[in-house]
Design a binder for this molecule. Structure first.
Ligand code: P53
Length: 474
């Protein structure tokens, strides 16, 4: 019952959810800075409400986040104390290219990440870098319309050229786009897209998706050219879709909804548009405009591995019952066999084994779980300690399910990075109090608090898990 010896245990963060320092070191403004907490967040992240400047009526949590910009040494030291083998993090595009369309990168931004990577290596931690985790320089959105514009491919290519060369020898694991399928559900946060009155939103989204897919293939090409040791992965928000019943209509619906996400991986891992997508796009009149060389790029440069986030399974029914599970950006019927988190997300450890098997059966490439965890409120006891047994239980059950997939089913899995090893800002809600961490950060939803870090009970638990290579889960 063992994981391989080089199994990569660790944790995952995203620049905009932890760095802060939004206007420091020459950094330019990005879409993710402008997603406020509160009731307008949903309209902003889905591209329905334009928020291109800060205003006084909203709180913007990414401005300071947990201020990792100034604390990364202390934070990485804590990750090392837990025994991390890998640290997944993302680069803020607008630190490297503040506008996005410059020729020359911002040296301060480049140096910032170089320092982080060197700090990781001091402790034998391998960085796993997401090139874009939802962020896009605002200038590229205002001038070009974000990923709806084909020019984005070239700007992204510049970014890749610069970072692959600069970080050669420091970074060998890369992810091209975080949760690439999120473009369908949160197009402003995911791809810098705002919609104009009356336009065909689906057409815009799939055109933008096409640009990202081509950009991802180009990134893989360059990464391999710069250093043959580089391994590039795609990344999608996973979670198998269950039919609510054995009614064939439910089963067919589940297949279709699964394909909405698999579409992206089908292109990135198999190198071409799947027939079901081509047919449907044609029927709907939303086939993206493509250039001659696109097909060849997609075919020649598929990803080396497949990474995904898993928080829960999903469920669909066709009987017009609108009893939906809450909270998540993915609409889902309420599964009566599952329990739910405080934010209404289903909890389904076996679903992780199911998902791992589905994805591995479909692609036969190494997999990497790069996000998993429980968002929960933490309340310190009278001594100021956080006994987060609920989080430990969630993670224990998911790690068991992952171990079954590896040991009993033979799924080829490179590693596991839990989401938010240190508390950070929630992407869905912008709240600070939806916490995932082993490390507590003293900050609330309004931005009050000392930002002081402290260890939760789960900190010591995860340390044991890693030290025993996943054997001791008690
Ligand atoms: P939060 C849902 C909504 C937004 C982002 O989510 C999501 C999901 C999950 O499918 O994706 C990832 O913070 C994302 C992270 C994010 C994490 O889920 O809303 O890659 O940036 O923080 C958890 O609880």
């Amino acid at each position: 019952m063992k994981f391989r010896n080089d199994f990569l245990w660790g944790g995952a963060t995203a620049a905009n959810q932890c760095e802060g320092g939004y206007n420091e070191g020459g950094r330019g403004l990005a879409n993710v800075d402008l997603c406020p907490t509160g009731k307008d967040r949903s309209a902003v992240i889905t591209g329905k409400l334009k928020m291109y400047n800060f205003d006084d009526d909203h709180f913007y949590p990414a401005k300071v986040a947990i201020d990792m910009y100034h604390n990364f040494k202390e934070d990485i030291k804590l990750f090392a104390e837990m025994g991390f083998k890998v640290y997944r993090m993302s680069i803020a595009w607008s630190r490297i290219f503040p506008m996005g369309d410059e020729e020359t990168p911002n040296e301060k931004g480049l140096k910032f990440y170089e320092d982080i990577f060197e700090e990781c290596h001091k402790y034998g931690i391998e960085p796993l870098v997401t090139i874009t985790h939802f962020d896009c320089p605002m200038h590229l959105i205002e001038k070009y319309g974000g990923w709806r514009n084909r020019k984005m491919i070239g700007f992204y290519e510049n970014l890749c050229n610069v970072i692959f060369k600069r970080y050669k020898g420091l970074v060998k694991y890369w992810l091209t786009f975080n949760e690439i399928n999120m473009i369908l559900h949160a197009p402003f946060m995911g791809a810098g897209i705002c919609f104009e009155e009356g336009e065909n939103e689906e057409k815009v989204k799939y055109q933008a998706a096409h640009h990202e897919l081509v950009a991802s293939a180009i990134a893989t090409k360059i990464a391999h050219e710069v250093d043959e040791k580089n391994k590039v992965g795609c990344m999608f928000a996973a979670g198998s879709v269950y039919p609510y019943s054995c009614n064939p209509n439910d089963v067919w619906e589940a297949t279709k909804v699964d394909r909405e996400s698999y579409f992206f991986v089908d292109v990135q891992a198999r190198g071409k548009y799947p027939n079901y997508a081509l047919k449907e796009m044609e029927r709907k009149g939303i086939t993206p405009t493509m250039e001659e060389r696109d097909k060849e790029l997609l075919e020649k440069y598929p990803v080396d591995f497949i990474a995904f986030s898993y928080y829960n399974s999903r469920c669909v029914r066709t009987d017009n019952n609108d009893d939906l599970a809450e909270g998540n950006l993915f609409a889902s019927a309420k599964n009566p066999y599952l329990e739910f988190s405080e934010w209404g997300w289903p909890i389904d450890p076996l679903g992780l084994r199911i998902t791992l098997n589905h994805v591995y059966d479909r692609y036969q490439k190494p997999l990497f779980i790069v996000e998993n965890g429980l968002g929960a409120k933490d309340i310190p006891d009278e001594n100021g300690n956080i006994n987060d047994d609920y989080r430990i239980n969630y993670l224990r059950e998911h790690i068991k399910a992952m171990r079954d997939a590896v040991v009993l089913d033979g799924v080829d899995l490179m590693g596991y990075t839990s989401w938010g090893p240190i508390d950070l800002v929630s992407a869905g809600s912008g709240e600070m109090e939806k916490r995932y961490g082993f490390i507590y950060v003293d900050r609330d939803n309004k931005g009050n608090g000392t930002l002081k870090r402290s260890k939760k009970k789960s900190f010591y638990w995860y340390k044991k898990v890693i030290a025993s290579n996943g054997e001791d889960l008690n």
